[in-house]
Structure formats: C-alpha cells, structure tokens
Design a protein around this ligand. Structure first.
Ligand code: NDP
Ligand code: GDR
Length: 358
C-alpha cells in the first residue's frame, strides 16, 4: 500500500485529494496546523465513520500536527510516515491578503517549500519520495502570452505570486540538483462548494443564496472585469496524482482553456438562485440601481481592489491532455456555477434553520 502525505489537507484541495487517494487505496497522512478555532470542517467526514462507511473504505486519514514555518515538525512527520508521495498544498493562498502579510506569505509559500524539500533530502529519501508542488497561474501574472503554457515567461504581480515563484524554482532546482522526482502543477483557478468564503466565486454564490432567501441585501465586489480560467477542484486533484504517476518528472499547466469575467460568474450564479442580475446599460443606472426592482444588488467597493491586479488568465492544458490523458472539460463552467450555487442555497437554508433552533 502506497503512503501519501498531504500538507494543507484541511484546505479545499487537500480535502478532495485525501478522498481521491483513499479511494485509490493509499494510506493517507495529513499535516494539521494548530488553530484556536476549528479547522477540520472539510475533512471531518474522513475520520468519522459516515463517508468511510458509505465509500466502503477500510481506512481513515492520519493527522499530524506541524507547520510549514517549522522545519523540525516537517522532518519529524516525514521521518515517521516515510511517504512515497508528498503533495505540498499548504500555503497562505489568498492573493489580496498576501499584500497585508507579505513576510508570512513568503515564509510559508516560499521558504516552506524549501523546508519540505530539505526535509526529504536530510532524511535521505530523495530516491523514494515523489513531491508535488502546488504552483499557480499567478506566476504568469501580467501575462506575456495568451493562452499561457509551460513555456510562457513568469511575471508575478503579488507577494503571493512572487513567493510561489520561489517555490516553483526551488522545486525544479532540487529536481535538477539531486535527481529528485519533484514537480510543479501550475494550476489555474479551481473552485468548488468547499472553496474558502473570501475567494470571489464562493463569495458570490454564498451572497446570491443569502440575497435570494432574504438574509442579505447587497454584495460588495472589487474588479468585475477580471477574467479567470475557472475549473472544478475535484477534477484538478486527479491531475495532481497523474503528474506524480508520470514516467518522468515534469511540470504541467492544468486549466480548462476557457475564460470568464467575474461579472459573468455573478450573473450566472444569481440566475441559479432565481435572480436576474442586470448591469449598467441593461436597465441599471450608474449608481447600480435596477430600474425594474429599484434595488442595488451588486456594488463595487474599491477596498477589494488589489495594489496590482492580474487582469486575465487563460491556460493551455494541451500538455496534460496529451501526456497524462487528463480531460480538462470534465465539468463545464455552467456546471461549476450550478454545483456551487445549489450547494449554497441549501447551506444557507440549513444555517438559518439551525440559528432559529438555537
Ligand atoms: P486553501 O487556502 O483552501 O488551503 C490552504 C491549506 O494550507 C489549509 O489546509 C491551511 O490550513 C494550510 N496552511 C496554511 N498555512 C499553513 C502553514 N503555515 N502551515 C501548515 N499549513 C498551512 O487553498 P487551496 O486548497 O485552494 O489550494 C491548495 C494549494 O494550491 C495552495 O498552495 C494554493 O496556493 C495552491 N493553488 C490553488 C489554486 C486554486 O485555485 N484553489 C490554484 C493554484 C494553486 P488551515 O485550514 O489551518 O488554514
Ligand atoms: P485569485 O482568486 O486572486 O485569482 O487567486 P480570487 O477569487 O481571490 O480573485 C479572482 C479575481 O476576482 C477579483 N475580485 C475579487 N476577488 C475577491 N477575493 N473578492 C472580491 O470581492 C473580488 N471582486 C473581484 C480579484 O481582483 C481577482 O482578479 C486564487 C487563489 O486560489 C490562489 O491561491 C491561486 O493561486 C489562484 O487563484 C490561481
């Protein structure tokens, strides 16, 4: 039985990847960081019985306390687990927040990656343990070429992007220097019903659900014209695994090859909840007031603008399609919005019922 160690197991991707690897028959270990509040919401079904029974799984996940800023914890965990595969997903992953905590972002996302690679080397596991590094389309930042592929030059636009660029290169450097199977998945945005609530897609689907059910009046957003290549997280974790199963250690771009604006995402998400969202020039005046309803449902708040913005990202997944046999169009943009909006309509209703019972 293969052993996998996931850093960032409590995050969106970590939780889907843990499910995926358990189903593949792996012994799954995860690094959990100490938090004063509950941070295992996305994986609790994996160590309580419900999912395990439903999926006829014999095993649950194994959690170890550690932190990307603490080498000693990484060395101890890797020594104990002796993993065949490490998925390094842990990161301060919010681009806007990285402008507020640039040093911590570098510690976790850049030096944290170095700590993980060094831990494997110190323990003499260079030839045993394969390492997946969670790289990102934010490396392309101010785009030099459309669509972006493995050979497109980098131009990061945030402390997050710059830290991840270090993570990318140090992974490649350890591969070239020490012959390690250490590889980068350059993943474009991927979303889901488990997405953190301050990323734009989830912020929109949650707000649309609250507005539709009368618990919120208005949604404040930043740059409505930003364009992203949005995929479904569940499809993308399969690709992380495929990258580590490939014969040779190589870096891959993972994307859908389709791009949409924040405005388009919002229009579709609101439609899913039964609200027709109209924009300036479509019966909405310059103050955002809809002439039919007399309401302002979406307002731009400059506080959500970034000091330097990534205006558009569009990936070319040809290499992953050809060499890994991965299908980038498993879940369409419309299906993704539907999954998220449907989930949040139920989620908001349940939360409201629970608060009434309390
Ligand atoms: P999340 O923000 O949902 O999860 C991040 C995870 O990292 C959480 O488990 C978090 O723990 C953990 N973490 C943060 N800081 C530390 C630390 N100092 N030590 C240990 N663990 C830490 O991110 P996603 O799941 O969306 O993304 C996974 C990875 O992929 C990240 O590296 C991200 O940068 C990268 N990525 C994501 C993309 C996306 O669109 N989702 C696209 C491209 C790359 P806690 O739960 O306690 O906060
Ligand atoms: P991103 O995701 O920065 O691409 O990073 P996010 O959802 O935060 O922003 C996407 C775009 O939407 C614009 N935007 C807003 N963003 C947020 N969060 N909140 C708003 O109110 C808002 N209004 C408009 C942003 O300006 C931006 O252009 C994500 C993260 O998961 C990274 O970890 C990952 O590496 C990249 O995707 C690929």
């Amino acid at each position: 039985m293969k052993k996998a160690l996931i850093s960032g197991i409590t995050g969106q991707d970590g939780s889907f990847l843990a499910e995926f690897l358990l189903q593949k028959g792996y012994e799954v270990h995860g690094i959990l960081r100490r938090s004063s509040s509950f941070n295992t919401g996305r994986i609790e079904h994996l160590y309580f019985d419900e999912w395990v029974r439903d999926m006829k799984q014999k095993r649950t996940i194994n959690l170890h306390y550690g932190d990307m800023t603490d080498s000693s914890s990484l060395i101890r965990i890797i020594q104990q687990v002796q993993p065949d595969e490490i998925y390094n997903l842990a990161a301060q992953s919010h681009v806007k927040v990285s402008f507020d905590v640039p040093e911590y972002t570098a510690e976790t996302d850049a030096i944290g990656t170095l700590r993980m690679l060094e831990a494997v080397r110190i323990l003499g596991l260079e030839k045993k343990t394969r390492i997946y590094q969670a790289s990102t389309s934010e490396l392309f930042g101010k785009v030099q070429e459309v669509p972006q592929k493995e050979t497109t030059p980098f131009y990061p636009r945030s402390p997050y992007g710059v830290a991840k660029q270090y993570g990318f290169w140090i992974t490649k450097n350890y591969r070239e220097s020490y012959g390690m199977f250490a590889v980068n998945g350059i993943l474009f945005n991927h979303e889901s019903e488990r997405r953190g609530e301050t990323f734009v897609t989830r912020k929109i689907t949650l707000a649309a659900a609250r507005i539709a059910q009368g618990f919120q009046d208005k949604l404040y957003l930043g740059n409505l014209d930003a364009r992203r290549d949005w995929g479904y997280a569940k499809d993308y974790v399969e690709c992380m695994w495929l990258i580590l199963q490939h014969d040779t250690p190589e870096d891959f771009v993972i994307a859908t090859g389709e791009m949409h604006t924040v405005r388009e995402f919002a229009t579709l998400a609101f439609k899913e909840t039964g609200i027709e969202l109209r924009w300036e020039g479509e019966g909405v005046n310059e103050k955002g007031i809809d002439s039919q309803t007399g309401k302002v449902l979406v307002e731009v708040d400059p506080k959500y603008f970034r000091p330097s913005e990534v205006e558009q990202l569009l990936g070319d997944p040809t290499k992953a399609k050809t060499l890994l046999g991965w299908n980038p169009q498993q879940t369409s943009f419309e299906e993704l919005v539907h999954i998220m909006a449907e989930h949040d309509m139920k989620f908001v209703r349940k939360l409201h019922l629970r608060s009434k019972e309390d």
